[in-house]
Design a protein around this ligand. Structure first.
Ligand SMILES: NC(=O)c1ccc[n+]([C@@H]2O[C@H](COP(=O)([O-])OP(=O)(O)OC[C@H]3O[C@@H](n4cnc5c(N)ncnc54)[C@H](OP(=O)(O)O)[C@@H]3O)[C@@H](O)[C@H]2O)c1
Length: 291
């Protein structure tokens, strides 16, 4: 089976490559760089993919600097929505399966939510980034039937995100390393999720040819950013130097969802269980010590 992986230099893309390399089932994975296939150049996507043959396209790309998307929504719509539709068209032409990564930030606009959100809950984004990703989901689903959309959340993977080489775990460890008290917001609840666990789940999903539609793919459980930071410090055996605060203390161009925790039951019953986020964090902290 030939796999075309877009976004292979990112946090999740690298986790997929690492997990595949260690897996006995080991697939051939093509990894075109952003220079070869730049999703901003929507008009060139079709010709760039014309002579590339693949059975599955995994799209881990994304313009997900949430504040930048708020300020530059046009670029966000290009990469997160219209380019995704072009990729879906390319998959339809090749009769290939598409696995597309979306986000919990499609939720958050309905502030009455307080229990983990399922795939059938109404989508109400709270910012431009969530809107661009939701449009990407819709355009791709209207264009190609053989598509799985996986909504992930608050990813932490070795090496961090491609542009910053960081993620929330690394940011908390770096702050704690300065030895001064710091504040973390306590009014944003989500599902912290290991990029390695998402990668393993995606490779497992490949065995289920007939699965399509939207799935919430997150580690089990939920917490606030403050709760996540406390657990990071506890597991890393660092002093608890944090204080909770409200989001209003950090003015940002884009609003964040107050509640975007996802219910992963549908994915678990279709493909297999996903461990709790605390367990994923333990594995992450020991793996980063070895790298
Ligand atoms: N990180 C999170 O907490 C989080 C949460 C929810 C959902 N997601 C979604 O999960 C997916 C993976 O996230 P991640 O954490 O792995 O992100 P990441 O580390 O920032 O990686 C993004 C990847 O997309 C590529 N890319 C960006 N713009 C591109 C363009 N115009 N053309 C081609 N490639 C482009 C990047 O290439 P370069 O290396 O060249 O920049 C990189 O390989 C994204 O769809 C994101 O929206 C992430």
């Amino acid at each position: 089976m030939k796999i075309l992986l877009l976004g292979s230099t990112g946090q999740l893309g690298r986790s997929i490559l690492r997990t595949n390399a260690l897996s006995p089932a080991h697939h051939d994975i093509l990894t075109p760089s952003r220079q070869k296939l730049d999703l901003v150049r929507i008009d060139e996507i079709s010709s760039d993919l014309k002579n590339v043959s693949f059975d599955i396209l995994i799209n881990c790309t994304g313009f997900h600097d949430v504040d930048r998307v708020e300020l530059e929504p046009e670029l966000g719509f290009r990469v997160n929505a219209y380019a995704v539709q072009e990729l879906a068209r390319a998959c339809a032409r090749q009769k290939a399966r598409m696995i597309h990564i979306s986000t919990d930030f499609v939720f958050g606009g309905d502030e009455s939510n307080s229990t983990p959100l399922t795939e059938t809950d109404p989508v109400v984004p709270v910012n431009a980034y969530g809107t661009t990703k939701f449009l990407g989901e819709r355009l791709a689903s209207c264009t190609h039937q053989n598509i799985v959309i996986l909504r992930v959340a608050s990813l932490f993977g070795l090496g961090g995100m491609s542009q910053t080489q960081s993620n929330f775990v690394e940011a908390v460890l770096a702050q704690a390393g300065e030895g001064r008290e710091f504040r973390v917001v306590d009014d944003q609840t989500a599902s912290p999720t290991s990029a390695e666990d998402v990668a393993s789940a995606i490779l497992a999903l490949m065995r289920y040819d007939s699965v399509s539609g939207i799935y919430h793919l997150v580690n089990s459980g939920l917490t606030t950013k403050f709760g996540f930071a406390q657990e990071i410090l506890r597991q890393a055996k660092l002093p608890d130097l944090i204080k909770p605060c409200a989001s209003t203390e950090f003015a940002t161009p884009a609003k964040r969802p107050k509640f975007s925790a996802l219910d992963n039951q549908q994915f678990c019953s279709t493909v297999g269980d996903i461990p709790p986020w605390q367990d994923a964090l333990t594995r992450y902290l020991s793996a980063r010590c070895l790298t």
